[in-house]
Ligand binder design. Structure first.
Ligand SMILES: [Zn+2]
Length: 71
């Protein structure tokens, strides 16, 4: 008789904390599985994951040269 404590799904759940049916975090925006990071806004709304949210350099997006902003 197979011991239920040796079931791989249970061991995985114990090791990861994730239930068997949701082994990996799934992005609610793009549906990507296995995301390590979700991004959310100030209201707590999920904006996406590392796969569907891009990081931009704010300095590159700025049209004005910050050196010339003093006026
Ligand atoms: Zn995503």
């Amino acid at each position: 008789m197979k011991s239920i404590a040796d079931a791989p799904d249970i061991r995985r759940t114990e090791a990861t904390g994730w239930p068997v049916k949701a082994r990996w975090p799934v992005c609610p925006v793009c549906g990507a599985e296995g995301c390590g990071v979700f991004y959310r806004d100030g209201a707590g709304e999920i904006l996406g994951c590392e796969d569907c949210v891009a990081e931009l350099d704010a300095w590159e997006l700025s049209e004005d040269d910050p050196e010339e902003r003093e006026d």
